[in-house]
Write a protein that binds this ligand. Structure first.
Ligand SMILES: NC(=O)c1ccc[n+]([C@@H]2O[C@H](COP(=O)([O-])OP(=O)(O)OC[C@H]3O[C@@H](n4cnc5c(N)ncnc54)[C@H](O)[C@@H]3O)[C@@H](O)[C@H]2O)c1
Length: 437
């Protein structure tokens, strides 16, 4: 369903009316196109406090030149050296003169360190960066995003994350806090910058349409061999997509008892990337919800994710350097009336990711993360009644819905061979939705 309001606000009468009436004014976001331009301008590297981070070589590899005209496409503030509240003055001093000059659809990334449980002054100052980031995200407008990356280790461990955040691929990711760990190994493979997933095999559930289709397309674009899994009713779409991507179709109900075994049979050599995307909704308020609307939602969105993950990990089918990306939702964070079943399942995904991530990395060398989409323009959201749909679209800092490609690009970043230090994260792809934290 096209966002006609967004198109209208891009016209001269639309701009006039929205300004006069104080209506939301979404900017048309710049998104990635293969071979297309990146962000429109250079990069400004700012520092607050005394930093020991060797950031310059990592920023040089983002492909963004140095800002030389006072209109940066990206401003990166290294605030890792901030250890007390007085030093926050430096954060203000660094950002205040430049925020207005960041270009439309530009990026602001703040770098911090994890709050220290043994130093409440450092913890206060570093936690303050979170409030600053989320507030600035709500202020900046014009399609600009603001995110906080917290580094426990070196700048190199954050390279894939910075390259993602400082590119058009992260157009709908804003107001996020991403923790980067200290993974020793980023498992270099045969991939190139353009096709980092060359030689890797990815399985995407629910891939015949919507977000899953975009994830399959994006992982294939990045070089992966993609197995397109969907229910038997979607066989034709799955087969067509697999053929277009040079992948393999696999028709299977992911809730079936034998699902894990069928996947193992289809992938005797194992796999590298497992994307749990299949999902359903059966909305009704809890007081009116019979068990036959509760159980399938829990089964598709959560129980089957647990079962499949366990089967594949226990069988050693996920190769070292592997990636699991599960799909949560802002409904699992903020809750949503009529979605106790869905909200429970999607919150369960967060519990699963946080608990399994450190153990899966230690035992199998596999990272486990989740994407939590907000309002994404798909058949699922096109079915939402008009006024609720409009509210869902506008109630975020970018004042528009996201596209399946936005979730797909986020998944591709998490699946990247260089993202080994990104583990246990729940990354919202929601344009900084006003719902939830
Ligand atoms: N669209 C949004 O705004 C939004 C927001 C938050 C989260 N999500 C989540 O993103 C994921 C994809 O959503 P979408 O909007 O693309 O949905 P969609 O309904 O367009 O596509 C879901 C796909 O999953 C498949 N599927 C359903 N049950 C299955 C099963 N038992 N086995 C195998 N495949 C199955 C469907 O056939 C379909 O192809 C879901 O997990 C959804 O909950 C979507």
């Amino acid at each position: 369903m096209a966002d006609r309001y967004l198109s209208f606000t891009g016209t001269a009468p639309g701009r006039f009316l929205t300004r006069r009436l104080g209506l939301p004014r979404p900017a048309a976001l710049t998104r990635h196109t293969p071979g297309g331009p990146g962000l429109d301008g250079g990069l400004l590297h700012l520092t607050a406090g005394t930093s020991a981070l060797d950031l310059a070589p990592v920023l040089a590899r983002t492909g963004l030149g140095t800002d030389d005209d006072g209109h940066p496409a990206a401003a990166v503030l290294d605030a890792t050296g901030i250890r007390d509240v007085d030093a926050l003055t430096d954060v203000h001093a660094a950002l205040h003169p430049v925020v207005r000059s960041v270009t439309t659809s530009g990026r602001i990334v703040v770098l911090g360190t994890p709050p220290d449980p043994d130093d409440h002054h450092q913890a206060a100052a570093q936690q303050a960066l979170e409030g600053l980031t989320r507030s600035l995200g709500k202020e900046t407008g014009r399609g600009r995003t603001v995110n906080l990356v917290r580094l426990a280790g070196t700048a190199a461990a954050a390279e894939s994350t910075l390259r993602f955040l400082l590119s058009p691929k992260s157009a709908y990711v804003s107001g996020q806090v991403i923790d980067i760990g200290t993974a020793p190994d980023t498992t270099p493979g045969p991939g190139t910058d353009e096709q980092p997933l060359t030689g890797r095999t990815a399985l995407v559930t629910g891939a015949a349409r919507g977000i899953g289709e975009a994830v399959a397309e994006t992982l294939a674009r990045d070089g992966a061999h993609v197995v397109v899994l969907d229910v038997p009713q979607a066989e034709q779409d799955a087969a067509r997509l697999a053929e277009r991507l040079g992948g393999t179709p696999l028709t299977l109900d992911i809730t079936a008892a034998h699902a894990g075994r069928r996947i193992l049979e289809a992938l005797p050599d194992g796999l590298d990337i497992l994307v749990h995307n299949a999902g359903i909704t059966r909305d009704r308020r809890l007081a009116n919800m019979p068990a036959d609307r509760w159980t399938p939602v829990l089964d598709v969105n959560l129980a089957s994710v647990l079962r499949t993950t366990d089967t594949l990990l226990d069988a050693g089918a996920l190769r070292p350097g592997g990636r699991i990306v599960a799909t949560s939702s802002i409904a699992g964070i903020a809750g949503n009336a009529g979605q106790t079943n869905y909200g429970a399942a999607k919150a369960g995904i967060i519990g699963l990711v946080r608990s399994l991530a450190p153990r899966a990395l230690a035992a199998h060398g596999v990272t486990v993360n989740a994407v939590a989409p907000g309002f994404i323009e798909t058949r699922m959201t096109a079915a939402v009644p008009l006024f609720i749909r409009e509210a869902g679209r506008r109630m975020n800092s970018l004042a528009q819905g996201g596209l399946p490609a936005d979730v797909a690009e986020t998944t591709a970043w998490l699946a990247h061979p260089g993202s080994g230090a990104v583990n246990g994260q729940i990354v919202r792809v929601c344009g900084q939705s006003l719902l939830g934290a």
